[in-house]
Design a protein around this ligand. Structure first.
Ligand code: 17E
Ligand code: FE2
Length: 424
């Protein structure tokens, strides 16, 4: 396969990518008059090609259950968790698989090829976990999925969670989760973090915590996570998701915390769509935005990326898993709409998330890497975000797995009609 006439991030000019046996074999300057000896040529029409979007945080088990058995009327995380605990009672493997596969198809159409999903394992039957393990296998040619054994109801505060995490690992989970801010006490939270580390290190697994997802400025489990990561020299394999309480920390404490985060080498995964919805719900006015300090963390050299978290469930009622929606919201809320900021921000849904997920060896448009890439309908990152441009092609292992035709509009002005195409 040959992909000609494309732009590349952080480069000027146009390029042609050659793919042989699923591998990127050559990247060269595009020559308009070149005839290629290959019957599989895609004309990129000057559009931007980049590595696929990476979804670092989504709950495949809860998505597409909004309103079941009831809607979240307070809009809080804790009401959302309560509704999910009721819905969880009626889970079947078929139900979980069907909903997850629907969402996966949306992701594939929208340029996602790598995913980390949190699956609630505080269920003695492990129904959702078993379902997602099956789907992971069934979809493995299209999506590379990491499963976090996520203890939604806590580790210390729920009976039997440690064994359930171990069982989940034995069945095939890739990472250990935690939710220290949900444990009954501060001490239970600290103990839970240590337990997660013990299990992960013993079984050689990654760690991803739901960490400080609350507007309580005294919720400081991220320091415990970072300190454990540092002590065990394990930071590369550790992420703190959400970390919204950091929005409310005082600046002196935050400055101290940033040093620890920096030396610990952990990643932060923010979920802007969901947390702008869930946080600030106990405030009157002014209302806090409750998103972690993305710009400041990035400026301090700490790895940050953005995830979707939810699609149409008790925590968030909209969405289709489109990473540009996530990025768009995050950049607004964090006030990062400067030209260079927007251009660089695509790292937050590509390279930074790949790095958080430890997908580092074979990710990126480089000769020798597997030919996984997307061609987005726009000339550069700014153009793409402004117009929320679709993915024209998603290519995986040298094969097209999704093709989207950008929409056109016909407008009727002063007795004429004209076709305009601002999607392209
Ligand atoms: N569970 C949780 O604790 N926090 C979330 N944001 C979601 C589930 C979606
Ligand atoms: Fe989450």
């Amino acid at each position: 396969m040959i992909i000609k006439n494309i732009s590349l991030r952080n480069n000027t000019g146009l390029f042609t990518i050659h793919i042989v046996d699923h591998i990127i074999s050559k990247i060269e300057k595009f020559k308009a008059d070149e005839i290629y000896d290959d019957n599989d040529v895609i004309d990129g029409e000057g559009n931007l090609a980049m590595p696929p979007y990476v979804e670092p945080h989504i709950h495949y088990d809860t998505l597409l259950t909004a309103g079941e058995p009831r809607w979240n009327t307070s809009g809080t995380l804790f009401e959302g968790i309560g509704i999910w605990l009721d819905r969880k009672k009626s889970l079947t493997k078929k139900d979980v698989k069907e909903r997850a596969i629907t969402a996966m198809k949306w992701q594939i159409a929208q340029g996602v090829q790598f995913v980390r999903t949190h699956i609630d394992i505080t269920d003695h039957k492990l129904t959702a976990l078993e379902a997602i393990l099956e789907v992971k296998e069934e979809m493995s040619n299209y999506l590379e999925i990491q499963i976090v054994a996520f203890p939604q109801e806590g580790i210390v505060s729920f009976n039997g969670t440690e064994n359930l995490i171990i069982k989940a690992i034995e069945l095939g989970a890739d990472a250990v989760g935690g939710i220290p801010h949900f444990e009954f006490t501060r001490e239970d939270g600290v103990e839970s973090v240590k337990k997660s580390f013990e299990i992960a290190i013993k079984y050689d697994k990654m760690l991803d915590f739901h960490c400080d997802e609350i507007d309580d400025e005294q919720s400081r489990f991220i320091e415990v996570v970072a300190a454990e990561a540092h002590k065990n020299n394990y930071g590369k394999f550790v992420s703190a998701s959400h970390a919204t309480a950091m929005h409310s920390y005082n600046n002196a404490y935050t400055s101290k915390l940033f040093r620890l985060l920096s030396i610990s080498d952990i990643s932060i995964i923010a979920n802007p769509l969901v947390n702008i919805n869930l946080q600030g719900r106990f405030d009157t006015f002014p209302k806090r935005r409750g998103i972690t300090r993305v710009k400041e963390l990035l400026d301090s050299g700490i790895n940050v990326c953005f995830g979707t978290d939810d699609i149409f469930d008790p925590f968030y009622s909209l969405g289709t898993g489109n990473m540009l929606n996530v990025l768009n919201m995050g950049l607004h809320v964090c006030q990062m709409l400067g030209y260079e900021q927007v251009k660089k921000s695509f790292d937050l849904i590509t390279t930074n998330s790949a790095s958080a997920l430890n997908i580092t060896k074979d990710y990126g448009l480089e000769v020798g890497n597997t030919a996984n890439l997307i061609i987005v309908s726009g000339k550069d990152e700014f153009d793409i975000l402004r117009r929320m441009a679709p993915i024209e092609y998603s290519i995986r292992k040298g094969k097209v797995i999704a093709h989207t035709i950008p929409s056109v509009s016909k407008i009727f002005i002063n007795g004429t009609n004209e076709v305009i195409n601002f999607n392209k």
